[in-house]
Write a protein that binds this ligand. Structure first.
Ligand SMILES: *Cc1c(COP(=O)(O)O)cnc(C)c1O
Length: 386
């Protein structure tokens, strides 16, 4: 065996020994919450399509029209010929929904974070980041080569201590957090973080991947608290509640203009397909027209948590922490036998010893099925966790 193949084989063996080898499973999604895998149909509690928008008729119609009119691909970077006319409409709607001056759309959420962060800070600067922030915020932070200080999850006092100790020795400071934490479903204390950041002249950037469309009346985590939070850098994705694909940053106009010149993942990557941009515009139109849409996913999640006896959810993401990786996988298999797709989340996506079932809810989940799932989890999963 050549050394490359030997390296990959040995690495895979060691991952498998730790129950950390991943397998990608073909999954055909139907309208609503049914998915088909390996010839079997399941009710999925693992999709991030919180508003069931990926199959919404008005959104599909908008996508088809754009496909016919502008073609399948964008043909280049947005800075060359990829900036088809629908981008303007999308950025205008995003800025309006988020209460920002301007917006910039990227290829994905991951590309947004890995583009924006290195365009704002460098080796002379400081980044203060929540330990449970999404992997792509950490990736962007590392690419920037700024000094990285990690604070304990949602621990304002720890964040303040880090700023008090390190801020003065650095030129600029960026504070990074998820607005809704992707694996726990809890919210960051954004109003307090906003005040803390201002007090230390740090720039707060919140990742609202799981907030837009589903909390704060659809406007996201900045608007999900008693007062709107002061978040000068609001980023998020168009691939979850929006049901399409892509990422965005909302900020002041000069910050957005800077991204268009300096964010490498925007400059050196091809623009989104026109049909994808059209889908996102149509989804934002629906969210703007009816702020009550956002209540659906949370209502389904609440039905579940109350039946199981868990605290009320803060978002449509509900973790059921099992602890042991093999136990989490066994629980997921048990639920699959009962017709539910509930994927087990393992380290390194979550901290060691906190393997879990991660459930997501939508308005299309039937009440009876939510109750049946809750009873199985209460009786046969949580019943076994010590
Ligand atoms: C999914 C996710 C991303 C990445 O967004 P994509 O558009 O899927 O690349 C970024 N941040 C958080 C918190 C996420 O959950």
């Amino acid at each position: 065996m050549d050394s490359l193949t030997a390296f990959a084989t040995a690495k895979l063996d060691s991952l498998a020994a730790a129950s950390l080898r991943r397998n990608i499973v073909h999954t055909a999604r139907e309208p609503g919450v049914v998915v088909e895998r390996g010839g079997k149909r399941y009710l999925s509690f693992s999709c991030n399509d919180y508003l069931n928008f990926s199959h919404h008729p008005a959104i599909l119609a908008a996508a088809r029209e754009a496909l016919d009119r502008y073609g399948a691909g964008s043909g280049g970077s947005r800075l060359v010929t990829g900036d088809h006319p629908l981008y303007g409409a999308l950025e205008e709607r995003l800025a309006r929904l988020k209460g920002a001056e301007a917006a910039c759309v990227f290829g994905s959420g991951y590309l947004t974070n890995t583009g924006v962060i290195p365009a704002l800070v460098g080796p002379d600067d400081l980044i203060v980041i929540d330990e449970l922030a999404h992997a792509c915020l950490f990736a962007g932070a590392q690419m920037s080569r700024a000094r990285l200080c990690v604070f304990r999850h949602n621990d304002l006092a720890h964040a303040e201590e880090l700023l008090a100790t390190h801020r003065a020795a650095h030129r600029h400071a960026l504070m990074l957090t998820d607005g809704v934490f992707s694996m726990d479903g809890d919210l960051a204390p954004l109003p307090a973080l906003g005040r803390l950041a201002r007090a230390h002249d740090a720039w707060l950037m919140a990742d609202d991947a799981h907030g837009i469309g589903v909390i704060g009346g659809g406007r996201g985590s900045t608007y999900a608290h008693d007062e709107p939070a002061d978040v000068p850098l609001q980023m998020g994705t168009l691939s979850k509640a929006i049901g399409a694909y892509g990422g965005y940053l909302c900020a002041t106009r000069p910050v957005i203009e800077l991204m268009k010149s300096r964010a490498r993942t925007l400059v050196y990557s091809t623009g989104l397909p026109p049909s994808v941009v059209a889908s996102a515009v149509a989804a934002l139109d629906l969210i703007e027209a009816d702020p009550s849409l956002a209540e659906g996913p949370l209502a389904s999640a609440r039905l579940f948590t109350r039946r199981v006896g868990l605290p009320d959810p803060q978002s449509p993401i509900v973790p059921v922490v099992v602890g042991d990786t093999d136990a989490a996988l066994a629980a997921s298999r048990m639920l699959a036998d009962e017709g539910f797709l509930v994927v087990a989340i393992r380290p390194p996506t979550v901290p060691p010893g906190t393997a879990r079932l991660r459930l997501t809810f939508t308005p299309a989940h039937p009440e009876k099925e939510i109750e049946r799932l809750a009873d199985l989890i209460r009786g046969r999963v949580l019943g076994n966790v010590s």
